[in-house]
Design a protein around this ligand. Structure first.
Ligand SMILES: Nc1ncnc2c1ncn2[C@@H]1O[C@H](COP(=O)(O)OP(=O)(O)OP(=O)(O)O)[C@@H](O)[C@H]1O
Ligand SMILES: [Mg+2]
Length: 369
């Protein structure tokens, strides 16, 4: 390479770098302004770098004045064109950013993000992320609304369920006080039954609120499922006998489950009591438990005649209790038992499911081994 060529390269580098540095400084000063400024500076620097190189090396290249004027004219024209294109590109980016911003504003106001149809890939990625957040937000708002609704329903039902027996107890107490009760012993027994029912309900509500607040204190131990089931059967036996319902079952020998013994006993007894309550006399309730490689499974099957398909998804809802009218005196529960079962089973990282199985339905609890 000749010395003249080297000199030309050196001069061109020096001028272009100088222009580049000035361009970088300008870009730095406008970094917080609209992107269209950066785009314009980019277009300008690209051409100004070439023009400066040519100007600087004009003498070394031995250009005639005419050629020099031609080169400068070409540079000026292409400068205008490239700045124009750069500004246009900048405008496209600005327009895309505006569309994204408007969609984000609507998102903030309406709670739903509808991303712009087109735009550069980076913006499309942001839009995709926002759409995902919007979906998550919508489903959590939906959950929140559902929860709030069931909480309101629960308060209404619970106050009804407490007010009715309380009114009955007050009437009976007044009758006893006034000596108007024709059968005082029966009144006292009935008052006792009502109070027991209310105590049970308040206990259930307390348990449920602890489950929902996440303040449940579980003490996991290794529990023999056979013991758990036979205790539940023994406990439910008097009720089953008085109704004429047979309760039986089988548990694979040596099935162990890790969990809180009281909570698990509660799960089994709630399911068994429900099964007995909904099985007509002469019907049978079966409890089976077995161990699979990954989990322990407990199934309670009854002869309730089946749960309507539309209700299958609701039985675990708080305070839901089928088609029973909430009339005082009849033996219907508060609709808390299965919500407690679900909460306790989930606290053991397990699942509970219900399905119809002639002549009744089956509740299956699965707890990971
Ligand atoms: N084994 C079952 N067979 C048929 N229906 C059932 C059975 N278990 C529950 N159900 C239905 O699901 C509803 C909710 O059951 P859940 O145990 O939560 O409440 P409950 O038994 O009515 O009251 P609580 O358990 O609070 O005393 C019941 O009212 C009933 O309609
Ligand atoms: Mg129940």
């Amino acid at each position: 390479m000749s010395g003249a060529t080297l000199a030309v390269i050196a001069i061109a580098v020096a001028w272009s770098v100088a222009v580049g540095l000035v361009g970088a400084a300008l870009a730095w000063t406008v970094r917080r302004r609209s992107v269209r400024w950066s785009a314009a500076i980019l277009g300008l620097v690209a051409v100004a770098g070439i023009a400066a190189g040519v100007l600087g090396t004009a003498r070394a290249m031995f250009l005639s004045d005419h050629d020099f004027a031609v080169v400068i004219t070409v540079c000026a024209v292409s400068g205008v064109v490239s700045v124009g294109v750069a500004v246009w590109l900048g405008e496209q980016v600005v327009a895309s950013a505006r569309r994204l911003r408007d969609a984000a504003i609507n998102f903030g106001e309406g709670g739903e993000f509808v991303g712009p149809a087109n735009g550069p890939r980076e913006f499309a990625e942001i839009a995709r992320e926002l759409t995902r957040s919007s979906d998550r937000l919508r489903s959590s708002a939906e959950r929140e609304r559902h929860l709030e609704e069931s909480r309101r329903e629960l308060v209404a039902w619970v106050s009804h369920d407490l007010r009715t027996p309380l009114a009955g107890i007050r009437a009976m107490a007044e009758a006893l006080e006034d000596g108007l009760a024709d059968d005082p012993a029966r009144y006292r027994a009935q008052m006792r039954t009502e109070v027991d029912r209310m105590v049970r309900m308040v206990d259930d509500l307390f348990e449920l609120s602890r489950i929902h607040a996440g303040s449940l204190q579980l003490t996991p131990q290794t529990v023999a499922l056979g013991d758990l089931v036979s205790e539940a059967i023994a406990w439910a036996d008097p009720v089953a006998r008085s109704k004429g319902v047979r309760v039986g079952g089988s548990v694979d020998s040596g099935v162990l489950v890790r969990g809180d013994p009281d909570a698990l006993a509660r799960v089994v007894s709630n399911l068994v009591m429900n099964a007995i309550r909904h099985t007509p006399s002469d019907g049978a309730v079966e409890i089976h438990a077995r161990a699979t490689p990954a989990a322990v499974e407990l199934a309670v099957t009854d002869a309730c005649g089946g749960i309507p398909d539309a209700d299958l998804g609701r039985v675990f809802d708080v305070a839901w209790r089928g088609g029973h009218a909430r009339t005082p005196g009849d033996d219907v529960g508060a609709g808390l038992g299965l919500a407690i079962v679900k909460g306790l089973v989930e606290a053991h990282r397990g699942t509970v499911a219900v399905s119809n199985r002639a002549p009744g339905c089956q509740f299956v609890v699965t707890i990971p081994a």
